[in-house]
Design a protein around this ligand. Sequence first.
Ligand code: HEC
Length: 206
Amino acid sequence: MDNELKLVSGAMVALAVATATLVVLPYMEVRDIKPPPGLSPYTSAELRGRAVYISNGCVYCHSQQPRDSKFGPDGLRGWGRASVPGDYTYDKPHLLGSMRTGPDLFNIAARQPSKDWHLGHLYQPRAYTPGSIMPSYPYLFNVKSAKEAEAEGEKPLTLPPAYGPNVGMVVVPTPDALDLVRYLLSLDHTYPVLPALPTPTSTSTP
Ligand code: HEC
């Protein structure tokens, strides 16, 4: 009986310590963090696109957490400044990611602001990046006759010649593809997050 008591109380203590260090302390550390002034909340279309991003597993190959130069050359790769907790104010759930099979996307909109490029790249990554191992997402698009697309007022993709459909046919994005690209184009966290350094004045010098 004595041993069982020790086992149970030991387990409770271990659980309490783990909960305090992994849940309570991190929560207290970030709960009062305000969103940076340059960050705006997602629009409803961007949130729909975010759901498409999640359901298609983009997060398994793309991180959204550029690191400080002390931890890796992310800045040199053009992925932007190191992210800060406030950058994630509107990200529920966060999409930090843990694998980088593809580039970090936290600032993809600053790096690649073209809607047409993103649509074409989702339809066929290899048309834009030769040898890319990113999967294509053909089910986010419809192939239909040029006449039909025109009658429905849809704007076809402008794909590199070898990657287009048969003559007379065009590729048009579904609403999911358009929302996904809206979300990608909202990923620009290049605004400054640190307060500007105080400018030295004659009165402040001793
Ligand atoms: C199997 C891994 C994998 C998955 C899943 C994946 N990607 Fe990629 N992605 C890559 C790789 C590798 C590259 C780099 C080559 C290229 O540009 O195609 C890339 C490149 C990109 C780029 C261009 C990045 C840049 O810096 O130029 C964007 C945007 C992108 N992916 C978006 C997405 C979206 C959105 C999804 C989900 C619908 C997705 N990816 C799913 C592997 C992946």
